[in-house]
Design a protein around this ligand. Structure first.
Ligand code: C5P
Length: 232
């Protein structure tokens, strides 16, 4: 899979999701289905979007004991998603179990990436509440290396962290990066943001873009602008 733009379909119903996707008559964007939409509509939403020809990143961030994660990943794999994820905090054993569960009888499997530290977690809270004494960047790099050791394909991180992750884990290790905004756009509640062009320069493989596309007056034009800036 090459560099691509993934649209975060953060809607609370299938109806709103399809009204949005129906606007794309010429292209089939790679879409992210998160907890909100999945919990609202269940696995049928994944099957329906897949049937329409979109690639799917199922962003459910699993974190449980290895056996439970393994069995749950087997279910998600059977939905034929292209990419899914978990929390690296579940340990290397959990990540290995996830990969086993995800691998289909024919040996194929969706791309599996790990969340290191959520971008909403500050260094101060991580240290004071989670009692992780290391710095946040050191923690992200350690978790990314744990994910690599378990055999995962990459991590979700801020586009501003993609460079250091690549440096430590190698350029083949995939970085999927939310927190992307147009230079002239609204930032909203995201803090560490960058533009699609800058994300490309730093080395992201996939940018995840939500509101700059879903809330745009012309979502198709906004998506095309992302693709032009990021993929070229
Ligand atoms: O609307 P916006 O472009 O901010 O959407 C970003 C998407 O990426 C949302 O679905 C959000 O939940 C997700 N995400 C994020 N930061 C992370 C992990 C996921 O913004 N660290």
């Amino acid at each position: 899979m090459g560099r691509d733009v993934i649209i975060a379909c953060d809607f609370d119903s299938a109806e709103k999701t399809f009204a949005f996707l129906d606007r794309f008559t010429e292209e089939k964007p790679f879409v992210k289905i998160g907890m909100e939409l999945f919990y609202a509509e269940g696995p049928s939403i994944v099957r329906e979007i897949k049937k329409r020809g979109h690639k799917i990143f199922l962003d459910l961030k699993l974190h449980d004991i290895p056996n439970t994660v393994k069995k749950s990943m087997a279910v998600l794999s059977s939905l034929d998603v292209d990419m899914t994820n978990l929390h690296a905090a579940g340990t290397i054993d959990m990540m290995k179990a996830a990969l086993e569960g995800l691998t289909r009888p024919d040996g194929t499997r969706p791309v599996l990436i790990a969340v290191t530290q959520l971008t909403s977690t500050s260094e101060e809270r991580m240290q004071n509440e989670l009692l992780i004494n290391a710095g946040i960047n050191e923690t992200i790099i350690k978790y990314a290396n744990n994910a690599k050791a378990a055999g995962l394909d990459g991590v979700v991180c801020s586009p501003l962290e993609a460079g250091m992750v690549k440096e430590s884990c190698g350029k083949e290790f995939i970085t999927v990066t939310p927190g992307v905004r147009f230079a002239d756009g609204e930032v909203g509640d995201q803090v560490r943001v960058t533009t699609p062009a800058k994300a490309k320069e730093i080395g992201s493989d996939y940018i995840v873009v939500g509101r700059p596309v879903t809330q745009a007056d012309d979502p198709v034009a906004a998506y095309r602008r992302c693709v032009k800036e990021f993929v070229g």
